[in-house]
Write a protein that binds this ligand. Sequence first.
Ligand code: UD1
Length: 454
Amino acid sequence: MTLLNDIAATGGRNGGSGETLAIRGGRPLRGRVEVKGAKNLVTKAMVAALLGESPSILRDVPDISDVAVVRSLLEVHGVRVEDGDEPGSLRLDPSDAESAHMEEIDAHAGASRIPILFCGPLLHLLGEAFIPDLGGCRIGDRPIDFHLDALRKFGASVEKLPSGIRLSAPGGLVGANIHLPYPSVGATEQVLLTAVRAEGVTELRNAAIEPEIMDLIAVLQKMGAIISYEPNRVILIEGVSKLRGYDHRAIFDRNEAASWASAALATDGEIFVGGAKQQEMLTFLNIVRKVGGDFDIREDGILFSRGGTLRPVTVETDVHPGFMTDWQQPLIVALTQARGASIVHETVYENRFGFTDALVKMGANITVHPHGLQDGPRRVPRRNLEQAAVITGPTPLRGAEITVPDLRGGYSHVIAALTAEGQSTVHNVGIISRGYEKFFDKLTALGADFDVVG
Ligand code: UD1
């Protein structure tokens, strides 16, 4: 079966848009799931292929809809994307890369923010780039000011149009000194993808250093880039005039691995996450241990289970090496089953606790405090985004009718429904296919009792 056609070929069973599941919960999830390449690396490495003068091969590409979105965006820019030489690999050939129309980009981008990362490579390749719909809610909801400020520093001019923004750099881009106001993952990637072929040296301060960024640096080094990182979040990039294609196996998806780990804790099950590795998950594993969960690190993956009675924890999300914001939603489902009051303090995004309303409807005791908790000074300065959720457990969950809001919140709703006694109807589960490959097959393999009903 052709990679990325799975969703269509399985009749949407692994997550087309807007599906509804009837879930009969109360059974522990037991079994084995495999995680592939990280969504947060794969999509960026695909964009990096635009910078090469020869084709690139990316391995362990997950069959998720975010990958399909980037594939079509590359294709509208003239990149030939085909299956590679082994299952789950892609060959990306940028030799005929060209400008695309704003409407085409818009039509393929959907809700994705990936078009922003095309800016640097397209400016190098074609001298111009478009980002659709900047004023609309899709991109406007999550700001791109760091990205645009950085691109201006490289010498790009930014023109706001009614339908989006147009960037141009007919004379080429030059290295810059950039200090990010916050170690944004996307803005760090923007700088890397732009600086590698800019003329001269770029110094990036307050950079994000997530493992997926380190893997992107590895990809770029394979392409011929010269990038070094120094203490205290400083990355130096010496621009080169030419890059070639790469052959790279993507780092595993630690977010998916953490999600299944939380599912094992929540449902009192036992899940072996094939492909999960310890190093990139140290912070998460510490929390699993503190909460009373059990894990067994093996050569080919990690086995997660509930060691005994779950205990409450206090967790603050942060940039790497802190506790990742994407891990908190599945963990909160497990914390509804812990004995006592847990606190999860979100410092990366606003509005990441909306999904808890559905858990409350199912019987969880969760209070969200809009202004967060007072605390001492932080390495990453506080911004005005904090929110804290206090989860008091254990509370039995009961089936309910719920609609999933987003990727990680949606996953958490499904896990909550599987933890709950009785039947739940969960709408809009298709969104989960953005980040979880073969989601329904994995649930089935773990013994989940559910039907696709709409
Ligand atoms: C990436 C990840 C996402 C993860 C997040 C934080 C991908 C596809 N997504 O998202 O899973 O949760 O990192 O680890 O890799 N910000 C601004 N202005 C900007 C850019 C960001 O204010 O120009 C703010 C954001 O609103 C947010 C914070 O910075 O509050 C962090 O965002 P960022 O690190 O950029 O996240 P993404 O790259 O979008």
